[in-house]
Design a protein around this ligand. Structure first.
Ligand SMILES: [Zn+2]
Length: 386
């Protein structure tokens, strides 16, 4: 979720707004006014919606501040269509930290709800605050409590799911198992919301709309991503790229013709199927496969260079020896070929082939999952709040 507009930093944390937040803000303001054309009503409604977005931001800031205090990286907060997203990275150091970070958001929303409620009561008692303003403050109290309660549902990626994961982690001392259980609950809950939302839309059940289904779909997809990551982390553990890569792979010279490559291969048959392609001026320009070389018609082999049939570097996955294998596999943008080139300080250090990954996964499965002494940095899927 890339913010459309940056709002700068609050407590040193980058805050941004995605354009889709305008959709929810507009819907809320329209809902509050009931579409009545009254300037005063609209001013109060818009102020209430802005304060609501501020409440969402406070919820996310609470997560972020506690996360940072527990040594995690906080990339930033973005407000969007379905609420707020706090992007947290780096190691979740302990089950306790997981619990504290997760609980901070709903606790903040509950506190805000209580604060707005007291304000509404005081406003009503004073007799000088208009009933319109009092009801707007009452609405803010209500939505903050709803926000807290909804987020406490024990289904990851909701805060309640993280609290569940932290609790199970503390009890069973198995973080990945805890994450898998919490995300499983998230998938079930999300599917339930999709079903309810669709049924509600067709049967005209009050407060149950296509919005419910949309939110359910988002929860399912976030839970699925997190679960895949947890399963991979569980089987691959702390393995790094350097542990599985083929170091110092055979390369092909990009500037020679396919014919020259074939002659060399006849004299000294290569032991691999793919080759990083060297450039005349030094460095690596891509990867070439035996299949691509073979596909060149015999009459063209004297005029086609190896580099002409190579896949350029820009279309390939590149990594470093220190990257965790689970992070490499979880990267969203896979290259055009299922190979990753490994560079160490700009120099080619190795290549990771699908067979390397398969071997690593199988070997890892032979060993029971071990809780590593230093918790690995787990890139977390965007955190959801509605
Ligand atoms: Zn939250």
């Amino acid at each position: 979720m890339k913010p459309t507009v940056s709002l700068g930093r609050i407590f040193g944390i980058k805050v941004g707004v995605h354009w889709s937040v305008l959709v929810i803000a507009g819907l809320l303001a329209y809902g509050l006014t009931g579409g009545v054309q009254d300037l005063q009503l609209w001013i109060v409604a818009i102020a209430a919606v802005v304060l609501f977005l501020g409440s969402l931001l406070a919820h996310e800031l609470a997560h972020s501040i506690i996360a940072r205090r527990n040594g995690m990286q906080v990339t930033g907060i973005t407000l969007w269509l379905l609420g707020g997203v706090a992007q947290l990275g780096g190691p979740m150091p302990s089950a306790g930290a997981e619990l504290r970070v997760a609980a901070a958001g709903p606790a903040t929303s509950l506190a805000l709800g209580a604060g707005f409620l007291l304000l509404a009561i005081a406003g009503a008692a004073s007799g000088v605050v208009s009933s319109l303003v009092v009801s707007a403050i009452g609405w803010l109290a209500f939505v903050n409590v709803v926000l807290a309660v909804f987020n406490l549902i024990p289904a990851a990626p909701l805060d309640g799911g993280r609290i569940l994961a932290g609790t199970l982690w503390a009890i069973h001392k198995d973080r990945h198992r805890a994450e898998i259980t919490a995300t499983q609950a998230g998938k079930l809950f999300g599917f339930g919301m999709i079903g309810l939302g669709l049924a509600g839309t067709f049967l005209n059940i009050p407060f149950v709309t296509i919005w419910t289904a949309l939110l359910g779909w988002f929860i399912v997809s976030a839970a699925t991503t997190e679960q895949r990551h947890a399963r991979l982390s569980r089987s691959l553990g702390e393995l790094r790229v350097r542990d599985v890569m083929s170091a110092n792979p055979e390369t092909a010279r990009g500037w020679i013709t396919v014919e020259a490559f074939a002659d060399d291969a006849r004299r000294e048959p290569p032991r691999h199927h793919v080759f990083p392609v060297e450039q005349w001026e030094g460095g690596i320009s891509g990867i070439v496969t035996l299949d691509a070389l073979r596909a060149v018609a015999p009459e063209d082999r004297l005029t086609t260079r190896v580099v002409d049939v190579a896949v350029p570097l820009a279309l390939l996955t590149t990594t470093t020896p220190d990257e965790r294998l689970v992070d490499l596999i979880s990267r969203p943008s896979a290259g055009r070929l299922p190979y990753a080139l490994v560079f160490d300080a700009g120099r080619l250090a190795g290549i990771v082939a699908p067979s390397d990954l398969a071997r690593a996964t199988s070997l890892a499965a032979l060993h029971p999952p071990i809780e590593p002494p230093a918790p690995p940095p787990v890139p977390r899927a965007p955190h959801l709040d509605n």
